[in-house]
Design a protein. Sequence first.
Length: 257
Amino acid sequence: MRDLTLLDWQEDGPIATVWLDRPPVNATDHQLYSEIREFFGNLTEYLPRARAVVLAGRGRHFCAGNDLAEFQTMDPENAPERLQLARETFWAIYDSPYPVIAAVHGVAVGSGLAIAASCDLVVAAEGARFATPEVNVGVLGGAKHLSRLVPQGMVRLMHYTGDLYPAERLLPYGGIVEIVAPERLLEAAQDLARSIARHSPVTLELAKRSLNGIEYMELKPGYEFEQSLTRELSGHADSKEAVNAFLERRDPVYTGR
């Protein structure tokens, strides 16, 4: 494991909380991207007991987007390597084995929105705002991640304008699951994580693989993919323990990680 200086984390039984910690606004740069990719790409090493993760930000904002100094030095020659690092960072969160809940306060813009949208669920604080301001600074990206939170019409509105939109405007579309008072944000996200983490770790890992796999599939191949993971899960002791505990009206005792 690497020594990471721009992330902070703690485990509380089966749930973990991870904070972006690059003052003053958690702007993404090469180092923060690299640390997020490293951490979420090796999550079972950094968080061996966790079953669900809350991703939050220290300071005034969840993440205020990319450090603009890096855009000033981007050109067609160095862009491919830099852009690859950014997308691998988002993929590391999206593909991580545990469900991840973004706890968003302040702003989540640009790369910050992509980080939040790479998570499984988003809980927002009152007053939180979201934007894809890439067109404002002469770059592109983020619209596809935004489409995980809002429908196409809203994607185009937010992407073309580059303006900030309050969480309350996005809530009806389902990408944000709850808006709470700022002082309750972390508690609410952790409560949601706890309700998820009571399930079998093996089942949760396969459930996340299933949901990621079927996200853009048609109905029939999507359901067939789910069934293939049911077949795999049926070979795990946790599967039988879950159904036995339900039938016996007791709390399950899982032997998985």
